[in-house]
Design a protein around this ligand. Structure first.
Ligand code: GLV
Length: 361
């Protein structure tokens, strides 16, 4: 048995389990995959400047997110169609997250019903936040029904994806001939009214004309009492617009390099967004986070928490719920070691000094 000791070890294990088409869907990015690579490289390029001989006795990874205490700042990102990786799909990843006190964000395009997932975990003691990622359905009636189901099921916040008005140029996926296998589908969207085809030759087949705008964010804000996070923001000006629109949180994300290729790496975009937001709402970040040091760097740049996408799918493919629980634990252990070795007893100790800025007082 090969020991799996890191998120990347699960990537290797998953490559042996998933067929080539599923692998292309999970691991691929858009076009030349420049952003996919840049995300990881940007975290690695940031160098740590550890402080030594700091008091670490009462150290912990606890922090707060949308008014509740969480054990550690690692959440599972929304990832579509997880039954591609394992028959238990999102039921397994949600249970693993709950067992590890990690926040869980269910995708609109989950392959297990949102009610089933919520029922499995919502009463678990020690679970982290339970949120729902939203692709805003074009049909307002269907959108209202979906929102009602989401809050009735017990989801505690909505995370609206704003960086995918159309799909990216998914060359790797298309080369592999990826199609959803029978039995895997976006079950939450069954019964959604079909979008009419756009006029021939229209901008992005007319899809972009139906994409959400800031006006739809306001509609959503008025339609639901749940806190609303916007996922896919990379710029300070958009972050300010998000605050003005009443967002309760911002996720700095480029969709794991799956939408606009050559978009800026999230580690590079993060500091401008946290500066613009100035602590008014939590800023989360995803994209290329594979090590505890990456998590600590995100926190040092002002993030409240991070999300991991592909590692959870890799672990799910390799070892089901236990694999996912293990990869979360590995990341948390690495974070604790990075904190101790960097001179941080708590996450609030981490700051720009850790990345070469001026030392605190
Ligand atoms: C869906 O959001 C995807 O990136 O495949």
């Amino acid at each position: 048995v090969t020991l799996r000791l890191s998120a990347d070890d699960y990537g290797v294990a998953a490559a042996e389990r998933l067929d080539a088409a599923a692998r292309a869907y999970v691991d691929g990015g858009a076009a030349d995959e420049a952003t996919l690579r840049a995300n990881r490289a940007a975290w690695q390029r940031l160098v740590l400047w550890p402080r030594v001989l700091r008091p670490l006795a009462d150290g912990h990874t606890r922090t707060a997110l949308l008014g509740r205490e969480i054990e550690h700042p690692i959440l599972l990102a929304p990832v579509a169609y997880q039954r591609l990786a394992h028959p238990d799909g999102e039921a397994a990843t949600a249970l693993a997250a709950a067992a590890q006190g990690a926040g869980f964000v269910l995708s609109t395009q989950s392959s297990v019903a949102l009610e089933t997932v919520a029922r499995l975990v919502r009463d678990e003691p020690g679970r982290g936040p339970l949120w729902f990622q939203l692709y805003l359905p074009h049909d307002r009636g269907f959108a209202r029904e979906l929102l009602a189901r989401v809050s009735a099921a017990g989801f505690e916040a909505l995370m609206l994806t704003v960086d995918a008005p159309v799909s990216g140029v998914r060359d790797r996926e298309r080369r592999a001939g990826f199609v959803l296998p029978p039995g895997v589908s976006a079950v939450n969207l069954a019964g959604q009214p079909r979008r009419g085809p756009g006029p021939a030759g229209a901008f992005c087949q007319g899809l972009a004309a139906q994409a959400p705008t800031w006006a739809d964010v306001e509609w959503l804000r008025a339609e639901t009492a749940l806190p609303l996070l916007l996922k896919g923001i990379l710029r300070a000006d958009d972050a300010r617009l998000a605050l003005a629109a009443g967002a309760s949180g911002i996720v700095v994300s480029n969709h794991g390099g799956r939408t606009l290729d050559t978009a800026i790496a999230t580690a590079e975009a993060l500091p401008r967004v946290t500066a613009a937001v100035a602590g008014r709402v939590p800023v989360l970040v995803d994209g290329g986070i594979r090590r505890g040091t990456d998590v600590l760097k995100a926190i040092a740049l002002g993030a409240s928490a991070v999300l991991v996408g592909r590692p959870q799918v890799h672990a799910l493919a390799a070892a089901g719920a236990q694999g996912v629980a293990h990869v979360i634990r590995l990341l948390r252990d690495e974070l604790e070691m990075a904190m101790a070795l960097g001179g941080c007893a708590t996450l609030s100790d981490a700051g720009r000094w850790l990345l070469g800025g001026d030392a605190p007082g």
